[in-house]
Structure formats: C-alpha cells, structure tokens
Design a protein around this ligand. Structure first.
Ligand SMILES: Cc1cc2nc3c(=O)[nH]c(=O)nc-3n(C[C@H](O)[C@H](O)[C@H](O)COP(=O)(O)OP(=O)(O)OC[C@H]3O[C@@H](n4cnc5c(N)ncnc54)[C@H](O)[C@@H]3O)c2cc1C
Length: 632
C-alpha cells in the first residue's frame, strides 16, 4: 500500500470508489471521525471533474479507471489515525451508562463517546414492555417503583410519564391460607401482634452486621417451641417480602444490621409504581429512551458484548465479541455485579485484589416475577380481590412458604379498572431454586396458590411472562445486597474506584444507601463521568498512536480477518444490490453488483454475522493486527 495525496492506494482490496460516490458521508462516515473518503478521493489528480459530473458515464469511467485498475482505497491513512480514539467508551446502556453519557454530553465535557450494550435493547435491569398484555398498559419486567425526591423521580415527572401511588397499609394487605382469606381478627393477630409487636422487636435487638436474618428467625423459633404453624409461616412469609424481595437476598446471607429497618412494616410506606396505564413510551424504559438517551441514540451500539478491556498500551483497547477493537482514552464500566462475578470481561492489567475482594463479598441477589393478565372479555374475573393491593398466602410448612406466595394487584391502579393484571414475586434462595423450573411447572405452582387463595374458579391467565434474572447472561441476578459479616460500604467504594483510565459505576458501587435501585445507578453513572472530567485525561495530548485498522481497510470477514475500529461492525456490504449495472460501454460490466464484500461499517451487525465471528479466535485476530501484515 502506498500513500498518495493523502489517499491510500490499495492493490488488494477491491473496494469500489463508486460506492463512495453513491453513499453519502452520513452512511459511510463514523460520527466520531472528521475525515471523509469523498474529500480524500477528490485529492486524486483529475478526478474532481468526474465526481462533479455525476453521470452514469463518468461513474463508469471512474469505475474502470480506478476500481478495476488500482482498487483505490480511501483511508484516513496514518496522518489522522488519532481520530480513531474515542474520548470515552461506556460499557452498558442501563441507567448508569446512559446517565454517564448524558452527563458527559450535557455538561459539555465531550460528545466523542460510544456506548456498547450487550443486549438488543437499552435499559438493562429496567425493562418495560409496552402493551404486551394490552395496549397502553406498560409491564415492568425489572424495576417498577420510583422513590420520591430522587433523580429518577424528577426525570419521570419531567417527561410526564404516568405513575400511581402504591398504598401499602394494613387494610390493603390481604392474608390468605389454603381456606381462603383470613378474618380481620386472625390477620391482626398475625401482623400486629406476632409479627410487628413481637418478632420485629426481637429482631431489632438481635440485628447486627454479623448476624443473618436466617439466624434471627431460627433463634426466635428455637426460643418459642410452641409457636403455632400459622404464626411461624406468617413470619417466614413476611420476612421474605420485607427482606428477600426488597434486597433479592438469601436470608442466611443477608446482613441484618444494615437492613433491619426494612422489616418494620408498621412504618407503612407509600411509593410510586410505574406499571400503570398512560400511553405509549411510558414506564422505566420510556424514561430512559425519551429522557436520558434521547440526544445520543446513534452513539449506542446494541448487540455488542465487551469481552476484554486492555489498558496496557497508550490508549485503552476495548474488545467485543463482534470482532471489534475500539480505542478510547477512558472507559466507564457499568456492567452488573453479577457479570463481574462471572469474570466475563477480561481486564488487562487484572483487577486489583481489593476490587476482586469487593466483587466477591458484595452479594448479588435475585428476584423474579410472574406477570399475568386475564382478558375480562373472555375470562371469568369475578374472583378478583378488589380493594387489595398486596396479598400473601400463608402456607402450612416452612418448605414452600416462599414459593410464589406473594402477589401484587396491578389492577388496583388508576386507569387499570378494566385491566386485570396481577404479579407474583419471589426472591433470594427461593428465586434461584424456582428459576430452574419450566414455565409449566412455574404456572402450576402460581395457579395452585391463587386457587387456594381465591377458589378453584380462577382460570389460567390469558397471557403471562416469567422473568429469570439470575440466568440472564448480562445481569447474573437482580440487584446487589449487603452480605452478613461487615458493613460493606467500604467495599462498594472500592468497587467504584477507577483503575487508571478505567472507571466504574452501576448500582452496586453506590455508597449512599441507594444500592439495588435505579437511583443508585443514575447517581454513580454521573459520578464516574465527573471523575473522568476531573482526572484531566481528556485534556491530555493524544498519544502518537496508530491503530492498524481503519474503517476502509479493516478486511473483516476475509481470510486474514482484521477487527474493525471505533464502533464499526463487520457487515456484508449489501449496498451492492441496488447499484445500477453498467451497459454504457460495450457489453455489460456488472461486476460490482455481484461481488460480495465484507466491510467495516457503522451500521449494526446482523445476528448471522455474529455467529460467524464467534468461530474466529481473538488471538488470531489480534495476532494479525499487531503483526503488521495484511493491507498495512
Ligand atoms: C426484578 C427487578 C426489580 C427491581 N425493582 C426496582 C424498583 O422497583 N426500583 C428501583 O429503583 N430499582 C429496582 N430494581 C433495580 C434496578 O433495576 C437496578 O438497580 C438498575 O436498573 C441498575 O442499573 P445499572 O445501570 O447499574 O445496571 P444495568 O441496568 O444492569 O445495566 C448494565 C448494562 O450492561 C450491559 N452489559 C452487561 N454485560 C455487558 C458486556 N459484557 N458488554 C456490554 N454490555 C454489558 C447489560 O446488558 C445492561 O444493559 C429492580 C431490578 C430488578 C431486576
């Protein structure tokens, strides 16, 4: 390859300049880069007229004179390769990653960013499905409640997204056993006398950083051998909802010292819930897509899992499973603790011991839902527990007291009068155990419980969804929790500390008591973005760095595969098809229409391409990249 007037003449790659002419800069150029192939090609002597005289004839001449003879390739060349370096690459497009990106742009720090998201959607553990059951009724598969006077709450209100108050109080709580709803007096004995007045007081005295909730329950039961089964199961159930569901945590691992106030149901809390009717684009996902991410959607690359972050060189290199290497001055990692625990991202140099200890010690809990909908036009809903908001089945024994026994009445909210949706929940150990069940097994348990509570007439729901957050590759659980042993604030702080030019955020790094929530994710994302600004990394001169691949000569998909740079994907150049065939010269020259070429492009990859790249080892790719072979 030789440099010529700022362009690079490439003798191997049959890249048609015709395409450069026909495709606008918008389609071809990387939004992060300033150079453009058209300008570059215009530097070739005598070519200006051909480009401006944009006729089939001139195109044909261009095609013949350049493509067939030389295979001219426009490239940024070595002179401007620093353009390939992004200021900030953010890993993960959940609340944390999107908040970081939003802050970097809004605060005028930089727009030269890219967000890499493993899933085919943004939002991570916030996942609203609009109209899955019925149009206009959002369903929340992840986060559902918003807390007053917080960043998330303000954003939701600013966008006018519908929400409604959940009134958690004694009257709207329904307690049931296999014979149906308990009488008011029985309920009062279990909730007020047994649970609130006795167990919670006992727990308050026992709770500390070294004692788990399982320990407290066990010693309470041991000291009261005569406790009747209904009281025992009521305590099991209420601790499950108050602690396990709140923190997603197994009781034998949960720090009672830092969580005890959550059990005091006497302090009934009213908070706002998002899964209420209110038109399209609502819920948690609406807040992200219409709010935080609105101004930089084109900078988010979905379907792009990151597998390695290497900062052993002058710039940080981010490797994706899609076969790309992306260069950045700094990186913000916002992947969930569950992903860090699985070590699915390789760090070079490795994460330090303090961070590894934090990853190990902070718990990653689990919480799942079965969201159900009954179509009242075709199904009997006469059994519906009108007036109840949350409902608990008290079972006969310890072993199944947490198995889909808690239900939330989504129908109780404003605008949902004709919409019969109900959600069953479980968390902690029970969630991990029950997640392994098939859909049919799950629905057998859930429906069995509903029929114990409301009678045998309860029909199967018209539609349902079962979440399995632990099994989700890119979550590895629902949210982080404080394990028993010590106060984990220092460990969360350590988890969030930067390592050179790699910064960390995400709900698990929160040290203000909001961990496990979208509020924490939002706050920590902004914090990490601010840390990058404060560090001065973005003000330093760029290193003299020459990436070995550029958008035009990343020979992806060929025998000597090269990774694509800066957010580009290796895609089949399907723009070949609409190119007109050339018959203005003798015979038909339609080579262009039939040649199959893989190119580095800013457009999203297709599923099949990802599989294809799965078979190419990263070692061979990087080996090639650094060997200087190929087109360089
Ligand atoms: C069932 C459930 C109920 C909840 N209820 C509430 C609630 O009511 N109120 C509340 O405030 N919070 C709630 N939460 C918690 C809240 O959803 C989370 O704390 C918050 O969404 C976390 O945001 P994050 O940005 O830290 O992480 P995430 O949302 O998990 O975002 C991280 C992103 O990183 C991506 N990623 C992972 N690995 C890779 C990789 N290798 N490469 C690239 N990308 C990767 C993920 O796909 C994800 O999009 C709930 C969570 C769950 C699961």
């Amino acid at each position: 390859m030789t440099e010529f007037n700022g362009c690079i003449l490439d003798y191997d790659i049959h890249y048609s300049p015709l395409l450069l002419f026909q495709e606008s800069e918008k389609k071809f150029s990387n939004p992060m880069r300033s150079s453009n192939p058209m300008r570059c090609l215009k530097n070739l002597p005598g070519i200006e007229e051909l480009i401006t005289d944009y006729s089939p004839h001139s195109l044909t001449i261009v095609y013949i004179s350049i493509f067939l003879s030389l295979g001219v390739l426009c490239s940024t060349g070595s002179a401007s390769t620093n353009d390939d370096i992004l200021d900030v690459v953010i890993i993960g497009a959940g609340w944390s990653g999107l908040a970081a990106a939003n802050y970097l742009i809004e605060a005028g720090i930089t727009e030269n960013i890219l967000i890499l998201e493993a899933r085919d959607r943004i939002g991570g553990r916030s996942y609203t499905n609009d109209g899955l059951f019925e149009s206009g009724h959002p369903v929340e598969l992840g986060s559902n409640w918003i807390y007053p006077d917080t960043n998330v709450f303000d954003l939701v209100n600013e966008l006018g997204i519908a929400h409604d108050t959940t009134v958690f109080d004694f009257d709207t709580l329904g307690l049931y056993d296999s014979g149906g709803e308990l009488l008011e007096e029985e309920k009062s004995i279990l909730v007020d006398e047994t649970f609130l007045k006795d167990f919670v007081k006992y727990a308050d005295k026992m709770a500390n950083d070294e004692t788990s909730w399982a320990d407290i329950k066990q010693s309470y039961f041991t000291e009261r051998p005569d406790l009747d089964s209904s009281k025992r199961q009521a305590i099991n159930a209420l601790v499950h909802t108050g602690i396990s569901i709140e923190f997603g945590s197994p009781l034998n691992e949960t720090n009672s010292g830092t969580t005890k106030e959550y059990l005091e149901r006497g302090d009934w809390r009213n908070i706002e819930v998002m899964s209420v009717s209110g038109g399209e684009g609502g819920g948690y996902t609406g807040a992200l897509s219409r709010g935080l991410a609105k101004s930089f959607e084109e900078k988010i690359k979905t379907n792009t899992p990151v597998v390695k972050i290497d900062q052993s060189g002058d710039v940080v290199e981010v490797y994706t499973t899609n076969g790309q290497v992306i260069y950045a001055r700094s990186v913000i990692v916002t992947v969930p603790l569950g992903v860090l625990k699985k070590s699915s991202i390789e760090f070079v140099p490795p994460l330090n011991d303090a961070k590894l200890e934090a990853i190990d010690l902070i718990g990653m809990g689990n919480m799942n839902k079965v969201l159900m909908y009954w179509d009242m036009t075709t199904q009997d809903v006469s059994w519906w527990p009108e007036g109840k908001v949350d409902m608990q089945l008290i079972t006969d024994q310890d072993s199944d007291s947490e198995d889909w026994t808690y239900f939330y009445n989504d129908h109780s909210h404003v605008g949902n009068e004709d919409y019969h949706a109900m959600t069953s929940w479980n968390a902690g150990d029970a969630a991990d155990r029950l997640e392994k069940n098939t859909d049919e097994e799950t629905m057998d348990i859930v429906l069995g419980n509903l029929r114990k509570m409301f009678g045998n007439d309860v029909p199967s729901p018209s539609k349902y969804i079962i979440t399995r957050w632990r099994s989700e590759e890119f979550s590895g659980g629902a949210y982080s929790f404080d394990t028993v042993g010590s106060d984990l604030t220092d460990y969360r702080k350590t988890l969030g500390e930067p390592m050179n030019n790699v910064f960390f955020a995400g709900e698990a790094t929160d040290i203000d008591g909001w961990f496990g929530t979208a509020v924490a994710a939002y706050t920590t994302g902004v914090k990490a973005a601010g840390e990058i600004d404060d560090s001065g990394i973005l003000d330093m001169p760029l290193p003299d760095f020459q990436p070995t691949c550029t958008r035009m000569h990343g020979r992806c998909g060929e025998e000597f595969d090269e990774a694509c740079c800066s957010g580009m994907s290796c895609v089949l150049d399907d723009r070949m098809a609409p190119i007109p065939t050339f018959t203005s010269l003798e015979g038909s020259i339609n080579t262009i229409t039939t040649t199959m070429i893989w190119i580095c492009s800013p457009s999203q990859k297709k599923e099949t391409e990802r599989n294809r790249f799965g078979s190419i080892s990263r070692i061979s790719r990087t080996g090639h990249r650094f060997s200087g072979s190929g087109s360089d």
